[in-house]
Design a protein around this ligand. Sequence first.
Ligand SMILES: Cc1cc2nc3c(=O)[nH]c(=O)nc-3n(C[C@H](O)[C@H](O)[C@H](O)COP(=O)(O)OP(=O)(O)OC[C@H]3O[C@@H](n4cnc5c(N)ncnc54)[C@H](O)[C@@H]3O)c2cc1C
Length: 428
Amino acid sequence: MNRREFIRHTAIGVGAVALWGPQAIYVNAGEILPKKGTRVVVAGGGFGGASTAKHLKMMNPKLDVVLIEEREQFISCPVSNLVIGGLKQMKDITFSYTTLARKYGVKILNATVLGIDPVSHRVETSRGSLSYDRMILSPGIDYMYENIAGMDENAQKLFPHGIKAGDQTVQLRQELTEMKPGEQYLLTIPEAPFRCPPGPYERVCMVANYLKKNKPGSKIIVLDANQDIVSKGKLFKAAWKDYYGGIIEYHPDTEIKAVKAGSRTIVTPSAEYKGAVLNIIPEQKAGKMAFMGGLTPEKRRWTPVSALSFESTIHKDVHIIGDATDGDVIGSMPKSGFVASAMGKAAAATVVAMLAGREPLTPYLANTCYSMVNEKEGIYVTGVFEYDPQTKKIAGKKAAGGVSPARSERLGFQAEDWARGIWSDTLG
Ligand SMILES: Cc1cc2nc3c(=O)[nH]c(=O)nc-3n(C[C@H](O)[C@H](O)[C@H](O)COP(=O)(O)OP(=O)(O)OC[C@H]3O[C@@H](n4cnc5c(N)ncnc54)[C@H](O)[C@@H]3O)c2cc1C
C-alpha cells in the first residue's frame, strides 16, 4: 500500500468498530484507540510479538501497549508436528491472549494490519487506524511458490505446508489417517534458511512413527533441497535407522521443480514421485507486514534491521524481530520461536530505554529447540548469541551450545517442559 492508498484506507476506517481485550469492548471513532501517553504498537502476536507486548508492560507498566493480531487464538508451531503424528491434539497447542490483557494490561486488537505509514507513525487495520510512538513488528513468514511450476492457489490448498500451525496441521493429520496401507506420504524441504531448521525432520519422525503402527507397507519420501539434514543431523539419522528402516526414503540435494495436481505427482530434476499426501514446504520470505511502508525492499526476502536495537535500517521508530529478520544483516541465528521470543524481550528492553532517552541495550540471545523422534524420546540443540560491536552483527558463541549427545526418554520429558515453559513465558 502506498502513502496515498494508506490515507484513503484510513479515511474509510473512520467510524469503524474496534474490538480489543477478552471481553469484546466496542468503540466508535476514527482513531480507534485515542492515544493517551506514550504508545507502542506491537503487530503480530506470535512468539515474537506476544513476548514483546508482555515484557514491554512488565518493564514499564505506564506504557500504552497495543498488540494487533489477526487470529483470535494463539496456535503454537512447536509441538504441532506431534498433532500431525497423532500424539497431541489441537487443543494442546491452542491458547488464549486473555492473560496478556488481564494480568499485564496489554490491549489486544483482533484485526488484520493492512498498511503501515512509518512517516506519520500510523498503522491501518481492518478495524480502523491508530497512531504510535514506536512500533515493533513480528510478522512471521510468507510462502514463495513461484519457483514450483503448477503450484497455483488450488494446488496450495491441496498440498499443505503445515508450517503455520492451524487448519493445515489438521488437514495433514486427516490426510495421514486416511492413507491406505502401502500409499506414500511425500514431504519436500526447501533450501535453508527456513522456519525451524529441525522442524521438517521432526515431522519425518512423527509421520514415520504413525505409518509404522498403522499403515503397513507405507512410506514417507523426503525430497530435501539441502545437501544434508540441516539440524541435529546425526541424531535424526540414528533414529531413522534404528526405528524406521524401510519406512523413510531420504533424498538429499533434491529440489522440487513442479507439481502435477491431477495425478498428485511431484517433479524433481531426476525423477517423479506420486503420493497420497503431498506435504510441500516452499521457500520462505518475511511475512507480508514486513513489506508494508517500504520496510523491506521488494526484491529482498528478509527484513534489514540493526543487530543492536532491531530498529529498521530504512525507517526510524519501527523495530522488526523474529523469523522475518535478515540473517545476512544481523548475523545468522535459527528462525525459531525461542529466538523470536528472546529478540522480543531484547527489543522491549531497548524500546523502553530509547523512549527514556537512553542507549539501546546490547542483545544477548539464546536458543533451545527440542524435537521428538518417537512418542517418548527427545533430542535437542542449543545456542547462545552475542552482539559484536566490531562487526555490528550477532554471532554464536562457540564455547556455548551444541546438540544432545544422544536421544533419551528424559529429553522427551524435558521437551514437554520446554514447551510449557515457552508458552507460559510468552502468554502467561
Ligand atoms: C512444525 C514446526 C515446529 C516448530 N518447532 C519449534 C520448536 O520446537 N522450537 C522453537 O523455538 N521454534 C519452533 N518452530 C518455529 C517457530 O514456530 C517460529 O520460529 C516462530 O513462530 C517465529 O515467531 P514470529 O513471531 O517471528 O512469527 P509467528 O509466530 O508466525 O507470528 C507472526 C504473527 O503475526 C500474525 N500476522 C501476520 N500477518 C498479520 C497481519 N497482517 N495482521 C495481523 N496479524 C498478522 C500471525 O497471525 C502470527 O500470529 C517450529 C515451527 C514449525 C513450523
